[in-house]
Write a protein that binds this ligand. Structure first.
Ligand code: SF4
Length: 702
């Protein structure tokens, strides 16, 4: 173990893993990071960090860091090249594909892991400079549902809460959220609540969070929409509606009340598998408690009717007036460290800053602020992720640029995606690591600096803009994503258009100007230094905003972002899952986070010995004891989980955490998505990772 060097200075940054956005104090020696600790004075984490945060520096040292551009030759072998050759080849290959097959024949897939400034630069260079029509982020896989739900209900994609609400609620309803391990520091904020809150978990699994709840409603998978419609009906029937709030601040309530009448208590109990008394008990809690907050995450977002489910949760908050007050809200928790930056500035389905591609006034404003010709701005959003994948299948997309994401592991029905990668004319992957499943398939690999090796801002789940800083040198020739996007613009011949975008901070100033008079207005943040001093600032923070330390909760005045200021009740009849269990494949597969120590496709977390020790090396499948008995499978025994698309080998974890007829696999394992079924929420196009049909058999003694 190398001796730790004594630090001679410290500096604060935000963590680069999850959307909690904890503050970390990096210990420096001669300007280079030697250690870190959680920041006691950062308002998000108050001196706490999860294992991933503690290990954030370790994973930068991995052996498979990409250190030089690699280009595949005609013999199929990849060799190191210099940046000039790499970027010249990139531009030449993409331009030739575009010349032959049209601008729409190249696309990009990006991430929620790079800085907001980098996302905006990528979106601007690709769409306004390179003429690329279609680009989307891996944020489509985690939060697209919440975006659409909020836009339709509130008029803007605006999670309304602050983390303080965890501490001020007297009833916390968590839906499809395993907060304990997925957002452990948010869970610590729940534990700081001194109101002895009711903690209600709605989840088909008895998760770590469910075990700690005061009430766990273990509804059948994918019946939560029916449950929330049933709850709404029950509350309306019993007169448990905040009439004055509904009348003053919402529209569509009467239609909603009529719609939910068909969701009677007994039929909802039958469909969800819950006792009628359990549903009544939850309705009573929501009615009786003064500060009810509703929180959801991937169990809702990653489902075949995620948007309507999220809106059914929003509807409950609206009809009970649980919004805009401390300890309340209809609150989506985001996944990646900068998914929120991506939601506003990635320039994919939104035009930069939450503007609309289809709105001529918005296009004109954006063109004016950026000082670019208006006709460079597309008049409609590009394809969503799944449509880009279909575009590859149809031969319409022939060149692909993948940035800081690993879809060959994470995309639903993974082997289909891997096969499609092989059909591309040219695949460019820009990543910190050279050995991800996607990076290994690249014709051109561009080595990128990671968190801690560059500067910029992230926006966390509570809309707090926080700073990341360069605290160590990137290895070899790796460059920040900002630099790589600038090179792409230069070699494509559109560098002049982005002359003003000369540093991450100058981009921050441009984005600030774009945010003016938008709900996300942060024109009051002077610069990086003021952001640093303030320990992050939540939007909105318009010019002249008074109090940096104020709790920034939205809708305190009951005014929403639709033109009439009213929130909408949005609803629709439930529909069946894309693939349900049947005689041949009788089990339902659930996937999700397996541990607080692991992150997504383990690209980074697998590089830390400490984090690896906190998570089993072998794939384990959770299976109910009754099912295990029926199948003759004992604890730890090898078993095969098989869907119509593939099969995986796993050790049996025999446990009642899952219901009978269900099996759970963590998403971190490279093979889990060989099983998943490519079904999508029709409103958000988010993949439905939480449910497909599988069968299970024993593989012999363990
Ligand atoms: Fe980082 Fe999230 Fe862990 Fe906080 S909870 S230390 S932001 S990974």
């Amino acid at each position: 173990v190398p001796a730790l060097k004594a630090p001679d200075a410290t500096t604060g940054v935000v963590c680069g893993y999850c959307s909690t956005g904890c503050g970390l104090t990096v210990h420096l020696r001669e300007g280079e990071a030697v250690n870190l600790s959680p920041s006691a004075d950062y308002p998000v984490n108050l001196g706490m960090a999860c294992p991933k945060g503690w290990e954030a520096l370790t994973v930068l040292e991995a052996d498979d860091r990409a250190t030089t551009p690699l280009l595949r030759g005609d013999d199929g072998i990849r060799r190191p090249v210099d940046w000039h050759t790499a970027m010249e080849t990139f531009a030449a290959r993409f331009k030739s594909i575009q010349a032959e097959h049209g601008n729409e024949s190249v696309a990009y897939l990006s991430t929620g892991q790079i800085a907001t400034e980098e996302m905006a630069l990528l979106g601007a260079v690709a769409k306004f400079g390179m003429g690329i029509k279609h680009g989307d982020g891996n944020t489509r896989q985690c939060m697209a549902t919440a975006v659409v739900a909020y836009k339709q209900a509130f008029g803007f994609d605006a999670p309304p809460y602050t983390y303080q609400d965890f501490e001020e609620s007297d009833c916390i309803v968590l839906v499809g959220s395993n907060l304990c391990i997925a957002h452990p520091i948010m869970w610590e904020r729940v534990m700081k609540n001194r109101n002895a809150p009711e903690i209600v978990v709605v989840d088909p699994r008895r998760t770590e969070t469910a075990v700690s709840a005061t009430l766990h409603l273990q509804a059948r998978p994918k019946t939560d929409l029916v449950l929330f419609y049933g709850l709404a009906n029950l509350m309306i029937e019993r007169g448990w509606v905040d009439r004055s709030f509904v009348e003053a601040h919402t529209s569509g309530f009467d239609d909603y009340a009529r719609f939910v009448r068909r969701f009677g208590l007994l039929s909802v109990a039958y469909e969800t598998g819950l006792e009628a008394q359990q549903i009544e008990h939850l309705a009573e809690l929501i009615h009786r408690k003064k500060r009810v907050s509703f929180w959801w995450t991937m169990g809702v977002n990653q489902s075949h009717e995620g948007v309507r489910t999220a809106q059914a949760i929003i509807n409950l908050a609206l009809l009970t007036g649980n919004i805009g007050r401390p300890g309340t809200g209809a609150n989506s928790i985001t996944g990646q460290c900068n998914a929120m930056g991506s939601r506003l500035f990635s320039n994919t389905t939104n035009l930069l800053g939450g503007h609309d591609f289809a709105d001529p006034l918005h296009r004109s404003k954006v063109a004016g602020v950026l000082e670019i010709p208006e006709d460079r701005i597309p008049t409609q959003a590009g394809w969503t992720y799944d449509r880009i994948v279909d575009g590859i299948r149809e031969g319409k997309i022939r060149g692909l640029w993948v940035i800081a994401t690993n879809p060959a592991h994470s995309w639903i029905h993974q082997q289909d995606f891997r096969q499609l990668l092989g059909t591309l004319d040219f695949l460019v992957v820009q990543d910190m690591y050279s050995s991800t499943e996607t990076a290994l398939a690249a014709d051109l690999l561009l080595p990128a600096a990671g968190w801690g090796e560059k500067e910029g801002t992230f926006i966390n789940s509570e809309r707090r803009v926080g700073l990341i800083k360069k605290v160590r040198r990137a290895p070899g020739q790796a460059l920040s994503d900002f630099h790589i996007f600038k090179l792409a613009a230069h070699y494509y011949g559109c560098g002049e258009m982005f002359k003003r975008w000369e540093s991450p901070e100058s981009i921050f100033q441009i984005l600030k100007a774009l945010s003016a008079n938008q709900p996300c207005d942060f024109t009051g943040i002077r610069d990086y230094r003021s952001l640093d001093e303030a320990r992050g600032i939540q939007w909105p923070y318009p010019e002249g905003a008074a109090d940096l330390s104020s709790q920034r909760r939205l809708f305190a005045d009951g005014r929403f972002y639709h033109a009439d200021g009213r929130a909408r009740f949005v609803f629709e009849n439930p529909r069946p899952m894309g693939e349900s269990p049947d005689d041949e494949y009788p089990f339902l597969l659930l996937t999700g986070r397996g541990s607080a120590s692991q992150w997504h496709t383990q690209t980074r977390t697998a590089k830390s010995g400490v984090l690896r020790k906190l998570y089993p090396a072998e794939l384990h499948a959770e299976i109910h004891p009754a099912d295990a008995r029926w199948l003759g499978i004992g604890p730890g025994q090898a078993m095969i989980v098989e869907s119509r698309r593939g099969r995986v080998h796993a050790k049996a974890f025999v446990t009642p955490t899952v219901g009978q007829g269900q099996v759970f696999l963590p998403m971190h394992d490279p093979v889990t998505n060989t099983l998943t079924y490519p079904d999508f929420d029709p409103n958000s196009r988010q993949p439905a990772y939480k449910g497909c049909a599988v069968r299970i058999r024993s593989e012999g003694p363990g």
